[in-house]
Design a protein around this ligand. Structure first.
Ligand SMILES: Nc1ncnc2c1ncn2[C@@H]1O[C@H](COP(=O)(O)O)[C@@H](OP(=O)(O)O)[C@H]1O
Ligand SMILES: [Mg+2]
Length: 302
């Protein structure tokens, strides 16, 4: 079981917020005889609890530490991760959980979870509201079910076999109102490209330059995948460093909405690469899959 060092110290306030949005104890679920859409709804419920916890910590004065890759982490990342791990363990005891803050303490199995409790930590700190909670269930090396919650946008996206979205229910409620989502065809008049607000690089620009981009929109976190899945944007190229927990949930939601996420050679991304520290290579996420052959992604992340 994953344990977070220092959580007892950092998480007191978070525990109180979590307790205020706890439901009755939820039942265990078997992975091999539960429909992926049902798994996805349960993941949405867990992501939504974490989302409410993070909202409650938005304006708190929280200490930051800098991780080995230079990115920040806060008590909010730790508290949300602890909550998610606790609820995943309750629903699916014994299934490994590879989560951003404690990734070295778990090892992928046939089924495992990839969790980013707070994707876009810098945006959380700077108050832009563009951050997300990402949870994906992987079977083998591809996602089977996923949820992305955007607390400040008050939205949740999920996919099992089908991709859907709902407004975020109130704290303590699971009253989701699911609607199907679908990608759009690439418009002739110019694509809407989503780019990271904080991480750009020359290789990404070179890839985008072969497409006819009409609008570039800066967006943080896995929300980029979900906007494309909802038909609100067309493409997101990322040649710089990302981790598997940044992409797995969004990848699945976008694929189930009719889009695709591919690496070099138009090959889908795979997950569970412990030996490479769960680092992704370059990738392109798109709504209209006919864009893929036009892209020339470099072999390795910048
Ligand atoms: N040097 C690096 N190595 C690995 N991952 C990096 C990185 N720089 C940025 N990232 C990843 O990019 C994510 C932010 O992406 P975006 O700019 O699209 O919001 C970060 O998520 P976290 O905030 O969860 O750490 C982090 O995982
Ligand atoms: Mg993160």
């Amino acid at each position: 079981m994953n344990r977070i060092p220092g959580y007892e110290f950092f998480g007191k306030q978070a525990k109180e917020i979590d307790r205020s949005c706890e439901n009755r104890q939820s039942p265990m679920m078997r992975l091999d005889d539960t429909h992926p859409d049902e798994i996805a709804v349960r993941l949405a419920s867990i992501a939504s609890k974490a989302a409410h916890l993070l909202r409650g910590m938005e304006n708190a004065l929280i200490e930051q530490r800098v991780k080995d890759d230079g990115s920040p982490s806060t008590a909010a990342d730790l508290a949300a991760e602890e909550l998610i791990i606790r609820h995943l363990n309750e629903a699916w005891p014994g299934v490994p959980i590879v989560a951003e803050e404690t990734a070295s303490t778990a090892h992928p199995g046939e089924f495992f979870f990839l969790v980013d409790p707070l994707d876009g930590t810098r945006d959380f700190i700077h108050g832009t509201g563009e951050y997300s909670v990402n949870i994906a269930l992987i079977r083998g090396d591809r996602p089977l079910a996923a949820a992305v919650a955007a607390p400040a946008l008050s939205k949740v996206w999920i996919a099992g076999a089908n991709a859907r979205t709902s407004p975020m229910p109130e704290a303590g409620s699971d009253a989701f109102e699911w609607q199907d989502i679908k990608v759009r065809s690439a418009p002739e008049g110019g694509l809407i490209a989503l780019v990271s607000r904080r991480h750009g690089d020359i290789a990404t620009e070179a890839c985008l330059s072969v497409l006819s981009i009409g609008t570039r929109r800066m967006t943080s976190s896995a929300v980029k995948f979900c906007l494309i899945a909802s038909g609100e944007a067309d493409i997101y190229v990322r040649c710089g460093a990302t981790m598997e927990w940044d992409t797995a949930a969004g990848d699945h939601i976008l694929c189930c909405a009719g889009g695709s996420v591919v690496g070099p050679g138009s090959v889908p991304l795979t997950y569970g690469h412990e030996v490479r520290g769960y680092r992704n290579g370059p990738f392109a996420a798109m709504g209209d899959t006919s864009l893929a052959p036009r892209l020339d992604l470099p072999a390795a992340a910048a």
